[in-house]
Write a protein that binds this ligand. Structure first.
Ligand SMILES: *Cc1c(COP(=O)(O)O)cnc(C)c1O
Length: 523
C-alpha cells in the first residue's frame, strides 16, 4: 500500500474529486479528508512505546495471532485529520442554525468563562460538601430560579437531557399513582404532533401510548381528549408551545379535565424559550415539566456539549422526585439530601436518575445566563424569539405554504409545508438547496401532522440582518423549486459529499471499514 507524504493514497482520489477536480481533491481552503483508516498505517505512530517485556502469555489460544490493524498517525497528522474534519461541520458559531424544536441559539462566552473557573471546573462530586459550598450554591440557586420561573413547587436537577427529564417526570407520576393505589392506570395520552421522545418515554416506563388527534388549526383536540379520559389513564404528555409552533390555549382546561379524571399532566418544556418570563406552567395545572438547559438557557448542544434536563414538579409530585437534591439552611449552609441523610423527610422518592448531582458545568452556564439576563431580560428572550419566528413566517408565507398561518401568530417557530411545490419536488430538495446556500437545513418532515413539514426556529439571538439573509436564501431556493429547476434535485452541489442516500445509510449502515486492497485480494 503506497502512502504519500500528505497521507493520500493516490488511488483513493478520483471518486472523491468534485466535478472541477484538483490534484488534491481540495477545493480552495476547503480541504478533503479521507477516513483515518485510509491515511493511517499500522507501522506509524505518534508515541514511542517501549517493547513489552517478554513474559509467558496466559492467554492460551485466546492470544491474538494477527496484527490488530489499528491505523497509526503521527501527532501532526492526527491534529490535521481532526481539524480538517471539524471544518466540515456546521456549527452555531459559524452561522444561523434554523433547526426547529432544537433551539440552536448563541452560547454566550460569559457562560464559558464562569464554567471554567477552577472552583467549578476542578472539583469532584465525592468531595466533602463543606469544600464545595459554592458549587452546591450554584445548583441550589438555579433550582430556585427554575421553580420561580415556572411557578412550580419543586425541581429535580439531576436528569441529563430532555428525554431523561421526561423519564424522571413519568417515574414521578408512576410513583404517585402507585402510592394512591392507582397503579392499574396504564395509558398515557400523547398528541399526534408530539416529539418522538414523548411516546418513547411513556413506553419505556411501561405505559401504553394512545394518540390524541389535533384540530385543523394545529392544537390538541380538547373534546377528543376529554372523551378518552377514564380510570385507565395515568396522564397526558403535552408539548406547550407545541411542535406546530402554536400555544396550547386550552392547557388549563386540559389539566383540569385530566386531574378531574385522576391523572397527571406532563408538559414537554423543550420550547420554554417561547414563554419564559411570560407564562408560568404551574398556573396552567402542569404537574411535571422538563426544561432543556441546552435549549432555553443557552448551554451548548448539538455536538457542543452534554445536555441537561431539570424537571420542575407540582406539589403533588414533589415528594416522589429523585435523590440527591440540595437543601439550603437558615445560616446559608447547603447540604445534600441523599439516601443516607434522607431519614423520614423524603421517604417516597422513586430513586436516582444518575450517580451524582447532574451536569454541573451546564448548571454553571445556565445560572450565568439567567443572572446576566435578569427577570426582565428573560421575558425579552421569549418576546424576541416569537418576534423573529413571526418575521420569518410572514416574510415567506407567500412563497411557501404555511399551513397554520391563519391560526394567528406563531410562537418561537414557523412551519411550512411542501404543498404547492411542483410534481417531483419535495421538502428534501429545499433542505439540500439550503446547504448550498451555507445553512444547516431546518427540521424536515416533523411534526408528522404536516405533510412535508419544514420547521424553522430562528431563535432570539439572530439579528434582523441575519434573518433577512436567511429569508432571502430560503425564498430563492423555494422559487427555484417552483420554477422546476432540475439542478435542485441533486443539491447540494458544493458540499463535500453532495447528496447522500440517507435512507440507505440509516437502514443499512456500513459501520466497518474494509481495506479495499484486501477486499480485492479476497475476490
Ligand atoms: C429537544 C426536544 C426533546 C428532547 O430533549 P433532549 O434534550 O434532546 O433529550 C423533547 N421534546 C421536544 C419538543 C424537543 O424539542
Amino acid at each position: 500500500m503506497s502512502i504519500n507524504q500528505s497521507g493520500w493514497r493516490p488511488e483513493m482520489t478520483p471518486e472523491r474529486r468534485s466535478d472541477n477536480a484538483t490534484f488534491t481533491g481540495n477545493r480552495a481552503l476547503m480541504l478533503e479528508e479521507p477516513l483515518i483508516f485510509e491515511i493511517g498505517a499500522t507501522d506509524t505512530t505518534g508515541v514511542e512505546v517501549a517493547e513489552p517485556m517478554k513474559v509467558a502469555s496466559k492467554l492460551g489460544n485466546l492470544a491474538r495471532s494477527a496484527p490488530i490493524g489499528l491505523p497509526g498517525l503521527s501527532e501532526p497528522e492526527t491534529v490535521r485529520h481532526y481539524t480538517r474534519l471539524s471544518r466540515q461541520n456546521y456549527a452555531i458559531d459559524l452561522g444561523l442554525f434554523p433547526l426547529g424544536s432544537c433551539t440552536m441559539k448563541h452560547n454566550p462566552r460569559l457562560n464559558e468563562k464562569m464554567a471554567r473557573l477552577p472552583g467549578f471546573a476542578d472539583i469532584h462530586p465525592l468531595q466533602p460538601v463543606d469544600t464545595v459550598q459554592g458549587a452546591l450554591g450554584v445548583i441550589n440557586e438555579l433550582a430556585v430560579w427554575l421553580i420561580k420561573l415556572t411557578g412550580m413547587h419543586g425541581v429535580a436537577m439531576t436528569p441529563k437531557a430532555g428525554a431523561h427529564g421526561e423519564l424522571c417526570g413519568i417515574l414521578c407520576i408512576k410513583a404517585a399513582l402507585e402510592a394512591k393505589g392507582e397503579g392499574h392506570r396504564k395509558v398515557i395520552l400523547v398528541p399526534e404532533s408530539a416529539h418522538g421522545t414523548n411516546p418513547a418515554t411513556a413506553a419505556f416506563a411501561g405505559y401504553s401510548v394512545e394518540d390524541i388527534p389535533a384540530t385543523a388549526e394545529g392544537r390538541v383536540d380538547l373534546a377528543a381528549l376529554k372523551a378518552r379520559l377514564g380510570p385507565d389513564v395515568a396522564g397526558v404528555m403535552i408539548t406547550n408551545p407545541n411542535t406546530c409552533g402554536l400555544f396550547e390555549r386550552d392547557m388549563k382546561a386540559i389539566s383540569d379535565a385530566v386531574h378531574a379524571a385522576g391523572g397527571y399532566v406532563y408538559c414537554d418544556g423543550a420550547n420554554f424559550n417561547a414563554i419564559v418570563g411570560r407564562v408560568r406552567p404551574g398556573d396552567l395545572g402542569v404537574d411535571a415539566m422538563h426544561i432543556n438547559l441546552h435549549k432555553t438557557f443557552s448551554t451548548p448542544h448539538g455536538g457542543g456539549g452534554p445536555g441537561s434536563g431539570p424537571v420542575v414538579l407540582s406539589e403533588a409530585l414533589s415528594p416522589y422526585g429523585p435523590l440527591p437534591f440540595t437543601e439550603r439552611h437558615g445560616d446559608g449552609h447547603i447540604t445534600l439530601v441523599e439516601e443516607e441523610t434522607v431519614g423520614d423527610r423524603h421517604p417516597d422518592s422513586f430513586g436516582r436518575m444518575c450517580a451524582f448531582h447532574g451536569q454541573m458545568g451546564m448548571f454553571t452556564r445556565a445560572l450565568t445566563y439567567i443572572l446576566s439576563h435578569g427577570a426582565d431580560g428573560l421575558r425579552q428572550v421569549a418576546e424576541d424569539s416569537v418576534l423573529n419566528a413571526n418575521y420569518i413566517l410572514r416574510s415567506l408565507e407567500n412563497t411557501l405554504n404555511a399551513p397554520f398561518a391563519d391560526s394567528g401568530p406563531c410562537m418561537h417557530e414557523a412551519i411550512f409545508s411542501d404543498d404547492g411545490l411542483p410534481d417531483g419536488f419535495s421538502t428534501i430538495d429545499i433542505a439540500k438547496g439550503l446547504i448550498d446556500e451555507g445553512y444547516h437545513p431546518m427540521t424536515m418532515y416533523f411534526p408528522l401532522v404536516v405533510h412535508g413539514a419544514m420547521l424553522v426556529e430562528p431563535t432570539e439571538t439572530e439579528s434582523k440582518a441575519a434573518l433577512d439573509q436567511f429569508i432571502g436564501a430560503l425564498r430563492s431556493v423555494a422559487e427555484r423549486a417552483k420554477a422546476g429547476d432540475e439542478a435542485l434535485k441533486s443539491a447540494p452541489h458544493f458540499a463535500p459529499r453532495r447528496r447522500l442516500d440517507e435512507t440507505l445509510a440509516a437502514r443499512k449502515p456500513v459501520l466497518v471499514w474494509k481495506d479495499p486492497a484486501l477486499a480485492e485480494a479476497a475476490e
